[in-house]
Design a binder for this molecule. Structure first.
Ligand SMILES: [Zn+2]
Length: 337
């Protein structure tokens, strides 16, 4: 590019289409021109010999990422570029690649024009492309292309969603590219950002863990309380006694379990003459009616019918806390040292 403008001047609004002198002919070129919100910039330049490139990126969740470049000269639209990126790409990568594709198009097809204009609504991409150190490979390529570009080209920071025709069109096509069915566009591979990789790994491993949890043959009494792995997260929000932890696994000092491991002659409750299992202790055993009362009240305050479904207990912190108190106060599950 001839006479690459130095960065700066971003804060100075530049009403380029009201200027008598086209910006690339000005001797005081700032690095990036700011397009005002009004008047609305038409898609096509009025003067022949000028080629405009509007770039935009779009992200729907982290899985659908795309960008577009819309090119127009004084006769109207000349070309469009639409591409999709691999899942996990960022909006910055999409905007950078859009900018790079615009530069590449001007480099390859710009011979028949006198000047080029590139419009991006990403100020960070424009400024990063002009700054030498600490940048991405794509932006390095942008800078290299800017330097070798024969066509005098000016860069514009354009506000989005204010009705500038070229930006609106690029926005629409970028969204279309991002949302297109897989296989419509050949995906551009990118290095996903560290945070996206972390999130993706986290959600994938949680899903695998959860899938295994659903079909596992062991831990079924715990499963009654925590039908999904995620539902157990509430246990981190309050202090839980070892007695309650043991109760949740079913491996606790209740006769149904003690009898199984041959530590008790009967699996029945010594008072009620019915099986002393987790449900009996939690909801029915008359020996604990008094110490259980605050737990029962906490359940009813949440408009849950007594006895509550196991999983409902662990949807509310107030219920978990009162259950923990009940289990501790009953002393029935304490291990004798
Ligand atoms: Zn009992």
């Amino acid at each position: 590019m001839k006479a690459l403008p130095a960065p700066g001047g971003i804060d100075r609004p530049f009403s380029h289409h009201s200027s008598s002198l086209p910006p690339w002919l000005s001797s005081r070129l700032p690095g990036i021109f700011k397009v005002p919100k009004s008047p609305i910039l038409p898609l096509s330049p009025a003067l022949p010999g000028i080629i405009r490139a509007y770039t935009d990126g779009s992200v729907f969740s982290s899985a659908q990422v795309g960008f577009s470049v819309v090119l127009a000269d004084h006769t109207g639209p000349v070309a469009t570029i639409q591409r999709a990126l691999t899942p996990g790409s960022t909006i910055f990568q999409a905007e950078s690649l859009a900018f790079f594709e615009a530069l590449r198009w001007l480099d390859q097809h710009g011979q028949s024009y006198r000047a080029g204009e590139i419009y991006s609504d990403s100020l960070s991409v424009l400024t990063s492309a002009l700054q030498a150190p600490k940048t991405t490979l794509t932006l390095q390529e942008c800078r290299d292309t800017l330097h070798k570009l024969a066509l005098p080209t000016a860069l514009f920071w354009i506000p989005s969603h204010v009705g500038h025709h070229g930006n609106e069109r690029a926005d629409l096509l970028a969204k279309e590219a991002a949302q297109a069915a897989q296989g419509t566009f050949q995906l551009i591979p990118t290095t996903p950002s560290r945070s996206l990789v972390k999130n993706l790994l986290g959600s994938t491993s949680r899903k695998l863990w959860n899938d295994e949890w659903q079909v596992a043959k062991t831990g079924r009494s715990t499963w009654n309380f925590f039908p999904t792995v995620g539902s157990a997260a509430i246990l981190n929000k309050t202090e839980i006694s070892y007695q309650l932890y043991q109760l949740l696994t079913g491996h606790c000092k209740l006769n149904s379990f003690l009898h199984r491991i041959k530590r008790s002659l009967s699996f029945n409750c010594t008072l009620c003459n019915s099986v002393e299992d987790v449900e009996h202790f939690l909801f029915y055993c008359t020996r604990f009616s008094t110490s259980r009362y605050p737990f029962k009240r906490a359940v009813e305050r949440k408009k849950i019918v007594w006895p509550p479904p196991h999983a409902d207990i662990f949807r509310h912190l107030s219920i978990v806390k009162s259950l923990n108190v009940f289990v501790s106060r009953s002393k029935h599950l304490d291990l004798v040292v």
